[in-house]
Design a protein around this ligand. Structure first.
Ligand SMILES: [Mg+2]
Length: 272
């Protein structure tokens, strides 16, 4: 199947997962065909996600479950982006981490010494906050004390809530707000809308013209602009065309294209 004229301009594509490849557990119709078409046209494909809870192995399994071939190297989580950033800028330092096993592993794999639960927990050089349901007051206290002392606070994302069937649960941004408020330090954010997640994906993919595809202007398209690449919007995630236009107005990030879904974006009208 021939790619749309838009996609023919690129050598590599970074795909958002939630709202683009799937919505919750439900796959977006046509996305496996779109990914297959990109690959058979010779484009390199990466899947990027702000989710720091799920290891990349689980994302690979979920992609296969939806009929999309993927290997571990194709999946760039915000944890992997964090590891990339820490390895390049903070190797050898001590770190206090609020986050699950996955994030702890990324921090230590980056060459930092995790000091949670040690005498040095209140004077870590770097504080990392990621989404987790394993956090208590002592964690927030030690993270805040360390951040106030070092001034070096990183967050995987600023999303305030986790949308759940029964309502909104506290997200990474809610935990981060506690540490920022107590320490007076503003965090550097690794995930979208900041550029690091896409920078890490580009580092994995190689060079050449790159398109990022996602379902939110304020997250995906903003991160694309920050990373200096083009961003295309799909409306399969719940953002309406009107909401997208409003988010792009007054100097907001503007997508190079907007399509109903990934299949339409990649294969164009001829395939619809
Ligand atoms: Mg999304």
């Amino acid at each position: 199947m021939a790619l749309s004229p838009l996609l023919q301009r690129y050598e590599q594509v970074i795909l958002d997962l939630d709202g683009c490849i799937w919505v919750g557990e439900r796959p977006v119709a046509g996305s496996p065909e779109a990914v297959a078409a990109l690959r058979s046209a010779g484009l390199r494909v990466a899947f990027a996600t702000n989710n720091a809870w799920r290891p990349a192995e689980d994302v690979v399994a979920a992609l296969w479950g939806h009929g999309i071939q993927a290997s571990l190297g194709d999946v760039v989580t915000v944890g992997a982006a964090l590891q990339h950033l820490l390895a390049e800028t903070r190797q050898g330092r001590s770190a206090f981490v609020i986050g699950g096993e996955v994030v702890l592993r990324h921090v230590s794999d980056a060459g930092l010494r995790v000091v949670n639960g040690t005498d040095a927990a209140q004077e870590a050089d770097v504080v990392v906050v990621a989404g987790t349901d394993q956090v208590d007051y002592a964690d927030l206290r030690d993270a805040s004390l360390s951040a106030a002392r070092s001034g070096d606070l990183l967050g995987t994302a600023r999303d305030p809530t986790l949308p759940m069937p029964g309502g909104h649960w506290p997200g990474t941004g809610a935990l981060l707000a506690a540490v920022e408020t107590a320490s007076g330090v503003t965090a550097q954010i690794v995930g979208k809308p900041e550029p690091q997640l896409f920078r890490t994906a580009i580092d994995r993919l190689g060079g050449g013209p790159t398109l990022a595809v996602g379902d939110r202007v304020d997250s995906d398209i903003a991160a694309a602009r920050a990373a200096g690449i083009d961003g295309a919007l799909v409306l399969s995630g719940g953002m309406s065309a009107e909401q997208a236009e409003a988010a792009s107005a007054d100097g907001g990030p503007v997508p190079v294209a907007t399509a109903a879904d990934l299949r339409t974006l990649v294969l164009g009208d001829a395939a619809a």
